[in-house]
Design a protein around this ligand. Sequence first.
Ligand code: GLU
Length: 455
Amino acid sequence: MSVTVRFAPSPTGHIHIGNCRPALFNWLFAKAQGGTYILRYDDTDQERSTQEFADGILRDLGWLGIQPDRIERQSDRFDRYDAAADELKAKGLLYACYESADELERRRNRARALGKAPIYDRAGLRYTPEQIEKFEAEGRKPHWRFKLPNHEEGDPFAIKRTEVHWDDLIRGTQTVDLASLSDPVLVRADGTYLYTLPSIVDDAEMEITHVIRGEDHVANTGVQIAIFEALGCKVPEFGHHNLLTTASGEGLSKRTGALSIASLRDAGYEPMAVCSLAVLTGTSHAVEPAANLEELAKMLDFKGISKSAAKFDPEDVGNLTARIVHEMPFEAAKERLEAMGIEGGEAFWAIVRENCASVRDAACWWEVVKGPITAVVAEEDADFIRKATEMLPAEPWDETTWGAWTKALKEETGRKGKGLFMPLRKAVTGLDHGPDLKALLPLIGRQNTLDRLGE
Ligand code: GLU
């Protein structure tokens, strides 16, 4: 069967660099296998999900280089979840419970106080018809729990150790004992679905072959495998990766907007810097900028992903961006340079890129080329700059002009090294740093240089 994966965000906020990890792991895996990538909006929470966030996710994925083969949304598929819930009810595997959240909380606290695991006691399976009638008369609505297959045949109260195993693509063999878990609530009292059932129904119907997601879902997987089997569906392969955290161990939240893809894009960072950091952090590979997603796919090895948190320094987005920009071919920058009104073409880009921390820094160097620039001339250099103005070579200018000019000035004034070059740089560019003047000077041109020196 060909590979099909999905990235399944809830459109309840902007995706951030931490969400890039499952988005990209799935994408790189699918592309390496010639598989299909589904973007699935987990939007069963209709109050918090918005079209704007859904559009934003698609735009952000596009910026990263991910073009989903298919888009699905859970809000279109409630009838499927209803059918699955009905099927489980008919099999006696989904049962009504009437406890309120407060009651459940009290019971859990009591269990903890007695040193017991706070596992739901399946009270819902013991109600008499009279009790149910009374609950209903009180206006209570049931929530629905899935009866885990962790008991002796025919006796749901005779709990026994029941191991579920899977061979995790990333973490190796995993074991969950279903006897250590409460029966999961699949449907809330208001009839809405928790994430579990819709996700299983979709994974089964969309023939997802590999579920690659964060390790915060490991605990769910044992339960999900049991439900896949209860519905007679094929269980996909699972891979759970470590989560990105900041150096202090802080997780990333979709709601804070911290390190959102949109904010990184707006700040001028490179998508491949974000992708490389999101994918390679917490793996056996050094975190370095990959040229493109194909290269990144070659660097990714699921078995090389660490089991501990993937700590990263947000500043590295900037460091990797600078490394990418320093070597960026003109073709890759062309459109953005032109959009900024920069007409210098390939020659200009080749000269300035090493002095750019992001493509948009090129605008500052274009300003230095085209002016107007306020020359910076220290009092003690005023005579020297006057002399330099007099000795400015005649046109045509090329790469030899700077050398000829400074050589002549050195002979005339006896200045050398920094004392010779720095006053000229400051006078011509207004700055004490920048690209090689040998290359930059011909772009600035004689008239511009003269205007600046003469000020
Ligand atoms: N909507 C879920 C989440 O964002 C998807 C989890 C999964 O991949 O199964 O956590």
